[in-house]
Write a protein that binds this ligand. Structure first.
Ligand code: SF4
Length: 259
């Protein structure tokens, strides 16, 4: 029998207690993949892995929570929404296996922040330079819509990730309004002051969050999500994405490739 919620992956308090125990991003990335705290999402991620999509019948789906990806000393962090059922839930890497990720990784490569323009699957040799990518919800939700309760249950994972990144992170980019809203309480818990009234999301929005311990402030940028809904309608174009990521990278102290 598990001794505590930290040892019981299906307990609603498992994320809070297990995340708090981790002392490195490597440990956090390992532990999060065992989480089963949201029954509806566990059922969905495993069911889609069983039924699959016709194009991926020969894939052995990952079907677990998706950890963050990128170096543990990244000054720049990009935050999305949640894994796609036949994207990251299949490939095991965040933003990998769907059109959103294709656009994002190509942009990072163009800026010199990735060693290759495409991400295929967990363990394919892709490396990011100074950038980490993560999600506030780690399991694929039906219709890409986690419930408020699921978002809140999952929050301790990203909160702990931000705490562990705190020595180096200077800039966070919220990809979409969901990420922005999910990030504000996580950033507050991780050691930054969120302005009141809460800053509003928008493409290019910038909020500067002072550190509660007198350390460096954090710059939070808003960026439209790289979803096909935004890119197919022209709401977000590749030049817009590149420009915003370039600005964010510079603000984090990185030197992106020139235009
Ligand atoms: Fe655990 Fe988060 Fe997945 Fe819920 S969404 S089961 S809290 S990893």
């Amino acid at each position: 029998m598990p001794q505590s919620a930290a040892d019981d992956p299906g307990h609603p308090r498992h994320p809070a207690e297990a995340a708090a125990r981790t002392t490195s991003l490597t440990a956090l990335d390992r532990v999060v993949t065992g989480c089963r705290a949201c029954p509806r999402l566990v059922q969905w991620r495993e069911e889609t892995a069983r039924t699959k999509r016709r194009a991926y019948l020969d894939w052995d789906y990952w079907a677990r929570p998706i950890p963050g990806f990128g170096p543990p000393d990244a000054p720049l962090v990009l935050v999305g929404l949640a894994p796609a059922a036949h994207g990251a839930n299949r490939t095991g890497r965040i933003f990998t296996g769907d059109p959103s990720g294709d656009l994002l990784y190509a942009a990072l490569y163009d800026l010199g922040l990735a060693n290759r323009p495409e991400s295929v699957r967990y363990g394919d040799g892709l490396h990011l330079h100074g950038v980490r990518i993560t999600d506030p919800v780690r399991c694929a939700p039906p219709d890409n819509k986690p419930s408020t309760a699921e978002r809140d249950t999952c929050r301790p994972w990203i909160t702990r990730e931000l705490q562990l990144l705190r020595p180096t992170v200077r800039t966070v980019v919220a990809l979409g309004g969901f990420a922005w809203q999910a990030l504000l309480p996580a950033l507050a818990q991780a050691g930054w002051q969120v302005p009141r009234p809460r800053p509003a999301f928008g493409h290019g929005a910038l909020a500067v969050l002072p550190a509660t311990d007198g350390g460096p402030a954090l710059q939070l940028y808003g960026c439209y999500h790289v979803s096909p809904r935004n890119t197919n309608t022209g709401r977000l174009t590749t030049p817009m994405l590149r420009a915003l990521l370039r600005t964010a990278a510079r603000s984090a102290g990185l030197e992106p490739a020139p235009e």
